[in-house]
Design a protein around this ligand. Structure first.
Ligand code: SF4
Length: 185
């Protein structure tokens, strides 16, 4: 009997892409993975629209701007198992460092980054429909939509990513036990 490959997606919200780089550290296991899944959406592939019927999605990054917000609702609606992938997705982590500055942090952050510290051409990037506005507060993924599996780490090690994906592909609930598999940072 030929099994239908699972549909795998990865999504990049407010994060540094380090979690995706760690995914690539799966090295030769990526070849095994490729025999078990169809990669249907990812920043690693040139696919423009998030498709329906995704079995497993790894979501890197926190929700920090209007585009992230729109994306995560679509991802949740179209995915069966949503994995909060990395500390930014799980806790807000680095992406949420602006939150303690308060609800009006957006203006002061943009001013500091793009005006005060600019070496040349100080200006705040803005273009309707192209540069998404920042939200008042950065939120971890589970504060916006339901999360099925948490995969902590900054970034999660390839060992940890493999442990989660291997279990999910077998229809099991991942069991992250012990320091190597559950510590943050
Ligand atoms: S968890 Fe760490 S590696 Fe992953 S996106 Fe956030 S800062 Fe980058």
């Amino acid at each position: 009997m030929v099994l239908t490959p699972m549909k795998l997606a990865t999504v990049w919200l407010g994060g540094c892409s380090g979690c995706h780089m760690s995914f690539l550290d799966l090295d030769e296991w990526l070849v095994d993975l490729a025999t078990q899944v169809d990669l249907v959406y990812s920043p690693l592939a040139d696919i423009k629209e998030y498709p329906p019927g995704v079995d497993i999605v790894l979501v890197e990054g926190a929700v920090g701007n209007a585009e992230h917000l729109k994306t995560i609702y679509t991802v949740r609606e179209r995915s069966r198992i949503l994995v909060s992938f990395g500390d930014c997705a799980v806790t807000g982590n680095v992406t949420a460092l602006r939150n303690p500055l308060g609800a009006d942090n957006v203006g002061s952050i943009l001013q500091r980054c793009y005006i005060d510290l600019a070496d040349t051409h100080p200006q705040i990037p803005q273009e309707t429909g192209i540069v998404p506005p920042l939200l008042d507060k950065v939120q971890p993924v589970h504060r916006i939509v339901n999360v099925d599996v948490y995969l902590p780490g900054c970034p999660p090690s390839a060992t940890r990513i493999r442990a989660v994906l291997a279990a999910l592909l077998q229809g099991k609930t991942p069991q992250l036990v012990g320091r190597e598999l559950i510590k943050f940072g």
